[in-house]
Design a protein around this ligand. Sequence first.
Ligand code: GTP
Ligand code: SPV
Ligand code: MN
Length: 594
Amino acid sequence: MENKALTTNKSILAWLDEKIELVKPDKIVWIDGSQEQIDALRAEAVSTGELTKLNEELAPDCYLHRTHPNDVARVESRTLICTPTKEEAGPTNNWMEPNACYQMLYDIARDSYKGRTMYVIPYSMGPVASPFAKAGIEVTDSIYVVLNMCIMTRVGKSVLDKLGDSNDWVRGLHCKCDIDEEKRYICQFPQDNTIISVNSGYGGNVLLGKKCFALRIASYQGWKEGWQAEHMLILGVENPKGEVKYICAAFPSACGKTNLAMLIPPEVYREKGYKVWCVGDDISWIRKGPDGRLYAINPENGFFGVAPGTNAHSNPNALAATKKGTIFTNVALNLDTMTAWWEDLDNDPPENGIDWLGNPWNGKTSDVKGAHPNSRFTAPAVNCPCLSPEFENPNGVPISAIVFGGRRAKLAPLVYQSRDWNNGVFVGSIMASEKTAAAVGKVGELRRDPMAMLPFCGYNMADYWQHWIDIGKTLDPDKAPKIFNVNWFRKSDEGKFLWPGFGENLRVLEWILKRCEGEVDAKETAIGYVPYAEDINLSGIEDEVSMDTLKSILEVDNDLWKEEADGIGEFYAQFGDKLPETLKNELDSLKASL
Ligand code: GTP
Ligand code: SPV
Ligand code: MN
């Protein structure tokens, strides 16, 4: 199905010629995003076994894919930021000198498309017509990547038409090679607008529009251009008067963004007329609008969500989003119904199944998991029943509150508010969270993950913090979003979650929005403003959460926080002189108040 180039843009064609010369594909296919082309690619992938077609009646246009067992999550240890100097990448990124890195990658990629097809995907991050939107070209030898990109981004000729002859587009080269984990590299070259990913076929490593572009490259672009790319969901809370207020929230990978973004209000809220609208579940691009407020768009067009734990109670909207046109990666397959299954989907695992490794699997008797803990669905945003009417708004939505949060069994209270913008930047910078299956490594270990951006910041984290502080200086304090921190994951000494979470988190969002409107008082503590327990609405969950439990998870334990402050000091120390003075002062004043 070889076809003609979709553009005459010289910078694109010249770059492509070089890449063709390097990887030597048998043929070249430009992706126009048309339904006919997508159908043909699906059929081809099914014929080679790359995809398994699911039950057309129960799961129309849905497919299953299994990646190599050594290739099931992002690999942070092999993700590099290639800036001319190591200092530009900073102490929290892996770094390699760009020329040496290009040489290494070219040696790996050379001739790797022999016998394969090169797919050229022109895509836009953001609605094509949006002034926030940015174009990219991803070249890949994987149909799975093409089909995922067609869900996750806006693909096709309109992107190229908008770009015209411009050189302002992000270059992305993906080569599956042999899925050799010893030669797997995910490399960003921020100064060159370039991404090269080799020897992986998994999600965040290969859907180059997502973490590589929309966060690592875009965070760098935002720094240079005066805006921000963040690992944040965007949701709208509609009150009974029909007013909608928008919140951005940054939680580390697999810490509840998709769940919060699509939450269904508890019954007591639904009865009053509250609604929640999802604008995005993973990435926000944020900039100041003409009225001086911050506006956010979701640069993506779909959801690459964690499957395990998604069910009719925890997240019915996400589940509904996966009912058609969805690609499931590394979940279990029910051979009797030809549908996808994962842990906690329901209490009825397949007897006659195949697990994520491709082995026969009886979910009723087996004690191994059917789906990988980081198995995912790729679902079109339009499928989501609570998708915001503002989803396609080219100018984005105005942000009232920014919320940081992590997974912490102890210490961090259910919610607290920072004193002002700079104190809020401090609160984001000291985030810590227990590691999850979203990245290769030990699950459960606590680590610092500032603004949930540790794996995604395309430049020195100290410069990134200074950028946050500088953005704050441009905002009128009355118009700047208020900054909060939440923790849904406090546990009892027996290891039980103390807060019910999920839909019930709206109770905390309500307090946050009331604070933004100055409608509720708060208690000042050493770390910031904490709710009075009576101000968190427990109506309908009194049996689940006693007043004592609520008080315990709102408590600020100064002794524990003193230890924490020492840990923050150690973390900050690696940034040396680059640590913004503002953050050093914030830490000093935290220590003083403790
Ligand atoms: P990425 O897509 O990796 O960036 O992750 P995400 O932040 O969108 O994570 P997601 O919403 O998919 O959450 C993943 C995990 O968090 C699942 O195991 C959920 O069950 C769990 N989770 C989400 N919200 C809550 C909550 O409010 N309370 C508790 N206890 N668990 C939650
Ligand atoms: C994350 O890990 O934060 C994700 C999934 O959202 S991935 O696209 O693989 O990065
Ligand atoms: Mn994410």
